[in-house]
Design a protein around this ligand. Structure first.
Ligand SMILES: NC(=O)c1ccc[n+]([C@@H]2O[C@H](COP(=O)([O-])OP(=O)(O)OC[C@H]3O[C@@H](n4cnc5c(N)ncnc54)[C@H](O)[C@@H]3O)[C@@H](O)[C@H]2O)c1
Length: 433
C-alpha cells in the first residue's frame, strides 16, 4: 500500500517511519527542504530514542522515502496522512492554516479515490469543514473519505508509544475508509491493541479530552504540592498513596514546574475555545491553565526568596527541554522560568544534554554549556528544571567545588534532601517538608 505522510515533525516522522516498518511503502513529505535533505541522508533532525536506527533500516530496505514533492506523493498514495502543525494562535485558538494549505493541494492533485487521515490534533468539527472544503475545491470529481485518527504518542518515547499504543481511535463515516485504516494498523491489532471506531467528531474530542485530563492531573498534584509546603507534608508520599488507588492510577502525579511541550498547553486552550464557541464554560480546563501559569511563577518566587534578590546573581538551569529524552523546548517551563529570572537581573548559565541548540533559538541571553559542571561554575543557585537521568547521578562534591553559593532547587524531586543538606547544600524541592 502506498502511503504519504505530510509534515515530517515529531509526529509525522515517527508515524511515517513506523508505518514503513510495518511493511508499507511510505513517502514522508515536508516543505522544509533542509530537513528532507538531511533525512534522505539518514540524518535525524530530532532526538527520539530508536528513531534513527529505524529510519536508516527502512531507507535501506527502500520502503521509506523523503520528499518535498507533495503533489507527486498525493497522486501515488491511497492513504494521505496529514501530520502538519496546528500551533496556538495569539488568542489561544488552534491555527489550522497548515492543514488547509495541504487540503488545497489535495484538491488539485486528487485524481482517484483517497483516504485522508487527519493525524494532526484539530478542533472538533475540522473533519467536517475539511470535507466541505475539498468537495467545493476538488478539480476532479473523485471520491474521498476523511478519517480522524488522533495521535497519542509522547515525545521521548514516541517510537515505543506508536508501536505499543494504549488504543487506536478511528473516526469516520465510511466503512470502506475505516477498513483501509484498520488494515494499515493490522500489526497493532495483532498485539491486541484496543480499537475505538467512532464518528469524526468523537475522535477529534478524544484527543483533547485525554490531554485535558493529563493537564488536570499535573495541575492537581502541583496544587497538592503547594499545600504540602504549607502543611509540612511530603507530596511524594501523598502522590504514592493517591496513585495506588486503582481508580486514579500513579501516572502524571509527579509535581514540578508545570506542564509544557507542544501539546498540553495548546490543546487545553483549544478545548476551552471549542467549548466557548458552543456556549459552554469549561471551568476545569481553564483552572488547569491558570494553575500551570502560577506554578512557573512559584519556582521564580521560591528562588527569589532563597537568594534575597536576583540582581547580580548567577542562576544555573539544568535541563531546558520540557521533559527528558527530547530536544523539544516548545512551552518548556525552563524557558519561561529563565525569561522571568533574566528580567529580574540575574545571569543564567544553562545545560541540557540535547536541547541547548533548540533553546538558543528562542532564548538568546543565556550562557549555554556543554556539561553540567561547567554550567554550575560560579552559580548562586542551581535549579534542576528537567529530570534527565544524567542529573540524577550528578557528583555533588564536584558541584560543591565550583558553585559560588551551594543552593540547589530540585523542582522535580529527584534528590534525597537529607543527603544534599548533609553535603552542605541549602535544598529546596517541590512539596517536600
Ligand atoms: N509533538 C507531539 O508530541 C504530538 C503528539 C500528538 C499529537 N501531536 C499533534 O500532531 C501535529 C504535528 O505535531 P508535531 O509536533 O509533529 O509538529 P512539528 O511542528 O514538529 O512538525 C510539523 C511539520 O509540518 C511541516 N509542514 C507544515 N506545512 C506543510 C506543508 N504544507 N507541506 C508539507 N509540510 C508541512 C513543517 O515544516 C514541520 O516539519 C500537531 O497537530 C500536534 O498537536 C503532536
Amino acid at each position: 500500500m502506498n502511503i504519504c505522510v505530510i509534515g515530517t515533525g515529531y509526529v509525522g516522522l515517527v508515524v511515517g517511519t513506523c508505518l514503513a516498518d510495518f511493511g508499507m511503502n511510505v513517502t514522508c513529505v515536508d516543505k522544509d527542504k533542509e530537513k528532507i535533505d538531511r533525512l534522505s541522508r539518514g540524518e535525524v533532525p530530532i532526538y527520539e530514542i530508536g528513531l534513527e536506527e529505524m529510519i536508516r533500516r527502512n531507507l535501506k530496505l527502500g520502503r521509506l522515502h523523503f520528499s518535498t514533492d507533495l503533489d507527486a506523493a498525493i497522486e501515488r498514495s491511497l492513504v494521505v496522512y496529514i501530520a502538519v502543525g496546528t500551533p496556538e494562535k495569539d488568542n489561544g485558538t488552534a491555527d489550522l492554516s497548515q492543514v488547509f494549505e495541504v487540503a488545497t493541494r489535495i484538491c488539485r492533485k486528487m485524481t482517484e479515490y483517497k483516504v485522508i487521515v487527519v493525524k494532526s490534533t484539530v478542533p472538533v468539527g475540522t473533519a467536517k469543514k475539511l470535507r466541505e472544503f475539498i468537495i467545493e475545491g476538488r478539480e476532479h470529481n473523485v471520491e474521498f473519505d476523511i478519517i480522524s485518527n488522533p495521535e497519542f504518542l509522547r515525545e521521548g518515547t514516541a517510537v515505543d508509544d506508536f508501536l505499543h499504543p494504549d488504543r487506536i481511535v478511528i473516526g469516520g463515516d465510511s466503512e470502506r475508509a475505516m477498513a483501509i485504516v484498520r488494515d494499515v494498523y493490522r500489526p497493532l491489532h495483532l498485539i491486541d491493541t484496543p480499537f475505538i471506531n467512532c464518528s469524526n467528531e468523537t475522535a477529534e474530542l478524544c484527543k483533547y479530552a485525554a490531554n485535558t485530563m493529563l493537564a488536570l492531573k499535573v495541575s492537581y498534584i502541583n496544587e497538592i504540592a503547594n499545600l504540602c509546603e504549607r502543611i509540612g507534608a511530603d507530596v511524594s508520599q501523598v502522590a504514592a498513596a493517591v496513585g495506588l488507588d486503582k481508580r486514579i492510577g500513579p501516572h502524571f502525579l509527579s509535581p514540578g514546574p508545570g506542564f509544557g511541550g507542544s501539546c498540553l498547553p495548546k490543546d487545553v486552550k483549544a478545548i476551552v475555545d471549542v467549548a466557548e464557541q458552543l456556549g459552554y464554560d469549561f471551568k476545569l480546563a481553564k483552572a488547569s491553565i491558570e494553575v500551570n501559569r502560577i506554578q512557573q511563577e512559584v519556582v521564580v518566587e521560591k528562588s527569589r526568596r532563597l537568594l534575597g534578590s536576583f540582581d547580580g546573581k548567577v542562576v544555573c538551569l539544568l535541563g531546558l527541554s520540557f521533559k527528558p529524552n527530547t530536544d523539544d523546548t516548545r512551552e518548556a517551563p525552563a524557558l519561561v522560568i529563565a525569561r522571568n529570572i533574566l528580567a529580574e537581573g540575574a545571569a543564567i548559565n544553562a545545560y541540557d544534554p540535547v536541547a541547548n541548540e533548540e533553546a538558543a533559538r528562542n532564548l538568546k541571553d543565556v550562557h549555554y554549556f556543554e556539561d553540567a559542571y561547567a554550567a554550575c561554575e560560579g552559580a548562586d543557585l542551581v535549579i534542576v528544571t528537567t529530570d534527565w537521568n544524567e542529573f540524577k547521578h550528578i557528583d555533588f562534591s564536584r558541584v560543591m567545588g565550583v558553585v559560588r553559593t551551594p543552593n540547589i532547587y530540585d523542582t522535580r524531586n529527584i534528590y534525597n534532601p537529607q543527603t544534599l543538606r548533609e553535603a552542605g547544600f541549602t535544598y529546596l524541592g517541590t512539596g517536600r517538608p
